[in-house]
Design a protein around this ligand. Sequence first.
Ligand SMILES: [Zn+2]
Length: 389
Amino acid sequence: MRRVDLANIETASNETTRNINRNLALNLIRARQPISRAELARLSGLQRSTVSLIVEQLIREKWVVEGARGRLPRGRRPTFLKLNELRAIIVADVHPGSAILALADVSGNLQWQETIALSQDPKAGVKQIVTAIKALVKRHPDRIFEGIGISVPGGVDDKQQLIFAPNLKWTNFDIRSALERGTGLHVELENAANTCVLGEIWFGQTSGVSHMAVVAVAEGIGVGVISNGHLVRGLHGMAGEFGHVSMDPNGPLCQCGARGCWEMFASNRAAERYYQKASRKSSGPSFAEIMQLTDKGDALAQKALEQMAVHLGLGLRMIVAAYAPETIMISGEFAKQWHRYGTLLEESLRVHILAGAPPRLIPSRDGALSRLRGGIALVLQRYSSLSHK
Ligand SMILES: [Zn+2]
């Protein structure tokens, strides 16, 4: 289980060597647990005595616990180390009108989750999240809460402020500070697509993340890109807003003010619109209902998702032209229908590849859960020297 590419770890000049070694050890324990001190020394390249000191500190701080004793052919029986399961991270995945809250341990295991309704007003919405988190903390008095990782559908700048969110409309409100004040916990805020990318780096199965794009499909479409091994953020963190590139100037009006944006044709909301239009009724099923109807063989639902898939594929060409990724991962509920629509997407993409092989197109393994895993990574990366710029 290799989670962090140690070759890419850069030593930050403002951190002391001790902190860097501590984070290195912590990351290795997380990635290779259960692990012995000897193995930790071998993998980290640190002296056995240094490793022993760091481990004692980590045990004192309740980050690491000693587990089972190992068996060797002869001699001493080493005690294995693992991360303390009681150290917890809270994740909030915010959507327009609702949020998924989850509790995870620092090893990245999701232990509990619930969906709460959210007000359209940012102040009231954040208050609802705070209330739910406080209740969650109260229910788990044995946990040591490390922080909150929150993903939002929109552009997040370097100060972790939401500056562009046409579907959520929570800009001009300091979500992060309000959450920190309300809960007393440290908060890390990030764009949903970038959150998915981080989740993939930390917990994913893709080996080699030098050139990769994650397309987060939900109410809108967000794109997170790793290019040459770095998360692309751009000026004010606004890189990757492909969802708002217009594909048809006469198309439907998008929340951003433009017409015919990619997400108007390829998001969950687009599928809802396709269905409603085809049914000739004043209202139609939600995306979740369309997904269920598809499984039941509903022709309109299947047609709606087919249209969504074709348009997703069309838009992927922008990402290929801009970044030439080796892998494109599609995350979101739509990924659960990969067995039906994955081929359509691939075909739509393949026709217009300029040179070489088309990128590998894959669904995220666990649909909407990739954002939650990313939320865990948001908090964890504070303890890693893995570059996040
Ligand atoms: Zn738009």
